[in-house]
Design a binder for this molecule. Sequence first.
Ligand code: GLU
Length: 477
Amino acid sequence: MVKTRMAPSPTGEYHIGHIRTVLYNYAFAKKNNGKFVIRIEDTDRERFVEGASDRILQVIKDYGFSWDEGPSFQSQRLEIYKKHALELIEKGNAYYCFCSEERLTKLREDQKAKGMPSTKYDKKCLLLSKDEVKSNLNEGLKYVIRLNVKPNEVIKWKDEVFGEIEINSNDLDDQVLLKSDGFPTYHLAVVVDDHLMEITHVIRGNDWIPSTPKHVLLYKYFGWELPVYIHLPNLKEAGENKKLSKRFGAVFATEFLEQGYLPEAVTNFLMFLGWNPGTEKEIYSMEEFINDFIVSKIHKTDLVVFDRDKLSWFNGYYIRNMPTIDLLKALREWSNKYSVDLGVEELGEKYVLKTLELVKERMKTLGEFIPLTSYFFRKPTVLADLLKKHAQGEEVKILESYTKLFESLKVWEKVELENKSHEILERSGFKPKQAFMTLRVAVSGTEATPPLFDTLEVLGKEEVLQRLKTALKLLER
Ligand code: GLU
């Protein structure tokens, strides 16, 4: 059975790139009727961040994913790693190392001074006799367990994306497997767990390629079968050659949700960061993605562009195409979750729905609802200069004519409003743009609103008349 896993380290907040990797693991498992596993790799006690595991699990759920096994925590499995490290010692593939920090630092410095491209442990402790090791352990000396990398071995594996990768073992250090605090390093724990949990496919960012030879060697020394490796391109900013950066906007997975991106829009966008169906199809439900996702279509490249404009496009698409009633629900949930005041209280559900119906075409995020609709819920601040700019000296006349017209109307709906408003143009000689922009500014305070007559209809007769009156007063001053 196919089994994939996501193995977060709770050393900080989850990045959006992690969600892309969750997505691919999840889809691959589902596509193959397999299982998706979550495992928390909390073995680095120095970089451990309190609460990060819970937040990571939560954000994975917030993006709509669930898992079939886990979460397991490596910190609760220390005995298992130790047992396996000892097994490698038995086989001569690992050894105790009692070297002090001082010695290791000096060793590194000496090697650097000699111009060695990378520093390596010199295997001093490999020479200790069994008795020496025993007496050191009895004395309670601090130790680590190191991998015993044999010289001149060819280490190779076939990556499903990057093809055959091969390195010489001379380029590898005798990696620490078990630390002096009794915790395993990532390398030991990841291999032991992927094996014991029967992970068949390891799908992760290609920044893990340099670690893979160590894992391949461990599988060999344990005598275990390798999983299939699928390394994915990492994400970068458009026009840059670096990873995502705060300077360009959100980076953490939660930030996007907080800013009002819809999980399904973000995941749709993420599907294309490293994969493409080879067709024009862009809008994908999760089900369709699971269906179409194949490893041979994963991009063989180091970095893919995280195009923030494209993400906005996807989000706008999902917002526009959501039934307004559902969109309102999403909006309310979002505002509750992130304590954002929508500013719509008092005016009733129906009214809010109407405004949402009008502005959803223009919303790129949920948050944009607020600035786009504020004048529907509160009296706008109108600038006399803006009225004058558009009315070109006719502002009072325009506003007075429309006040009169609107007062006389029995039916307040957009077709009627539009027809009658055009009739006035013919009689008075105002140009359409001149008159309608003046009206728009007078009722909304802005130059950009949904179609004017829709806006007037939603605002209602009384409110529109009040606002025209206020604007006229403003011009008297
Ligand atoms: N714990 C590692 C991480 O933080 C997992 C890497 C892997 O997938 O092997 O990403």
